[in-house]
Design a protein around this ligand. Sequence first.
Ligand code: CAA
Length: 389
Amino acid sequence: MAANPQFDVYRLPEEHEAVKAATREVCEAGVAPHAAAVDQAGEFPAKSYEALRAADLHAPHVDGEYDGAGIDALGTAIVIEEIARVCASSSLIPAVNKLGTMPLILAGSKELKAKYLPQVASGEAMFSYCLSEPEAGSDVAGMTTKAVRDGDFYVLNGAKRWITNAGESKFYTVFAATTPDGGSKGISAFVVEKDDTGVSFGAPESKLGIKGSPTREVFFDDVRIPADRLIGGENEGFKIAMRTLDHTRVTIAAQAVGIAQGALDYASEYVKERKQFGKAIADFQGVQFMLADAAMKIAAARQMTYVAAAKSEREDGDLTFYGAAAKCFASDTAMEVTTDAVQLLGGYGYTTDYPVERMMRDAKITQIYEGTNQVQRIVMAKQVLKGLV
Ligand code: CAA
């Protein structure tokens, strides 16, 4: 049969297949072996970071202009998916580097980009994103961290909570109110450095999952930074934060797809080995139906994620909807698939001797961070009602 070029639309381009294969190889050799240990110790996966850094997969999205690997949004999603398949904590290295730097990439000055992006590209520094506060999680506009202009400086005071990779990262995008009572129209974005005087960190949160990725509070006590660390214009921060999340919710969708695939891969091998009632449990139709449902939902989540990634790369007008939809659908899929994987392993699945309970714990956060799945539905509904979908 003659090749029909239209079918190629549904196939990953060769370069992306190559990224997938190369990342899998690096992950099997350099990330998977540490996944259980970093989860149990609650330690940052330093060895995984080195393996990813050696392969230039720690911040793949940074453009070649800034000495980065220059992998597009789809390729970056694939990298994150493949890392998450073996270690969700490690997948937060490229995901949060993208999240932290996206405000700069979207709205930063040439000088700011030239100063900070090459350090992330080389792996010398990581970049975190400080948006949430103790009393302002979903309600971003309710933040109380303040930045007050003082000559050629801004002075920051306040606290951010649940900051991924806090303490490990050298740089932070920090959102702060520059116009009191200005709500979403009074917030600005800044680059803050770990070594700036007045920056400090809370104790690591004791979490259900992603235990290898430190989550800490970040405190700002009269932190005086040069005014040129402002990202974009004053009071433009809320929109920069939302535009960033449009792009990076795609990376959380990819992380969720990877976690789900890791659990299915493990469970589908296990059921072929495990014998009950005189035969492998894979021979029971009830078990087969669970595997089929998992594979079907992962395939749907992956397609939606890749489409959203392509929209992120092109900056399509409906990215806001697709980023939220992919994140919501893929994270719900990951929670369901990992829970079923534990079920398929029975009593063994409930122990730390097998990786599926870790995957189930790790999956849960994908329904919460970068906006809860309830917030994703608010975002999607707004787009539907505006007639944009
Ligand atoms: N792009 C551009 N502009 C946008 C936008 C977008 N995606 N979304 C909203 N805006 C604009 C609106 O158009 C509006 O502008 P105008 O007033 O000029 O019309 C302005 O921003 C305010 O928008 P809303 O009225 O919709 O704002 P809201 O206060 O009702 O909030 C919300 C909306 C969707 C609930 C938002 O606050 C939100 O997304 N909350 C969730 C926060 C979140 O995702 N936090 C994640 C933290 S990071 C994290 O979790 C990282 C990690 O650990 C790994």
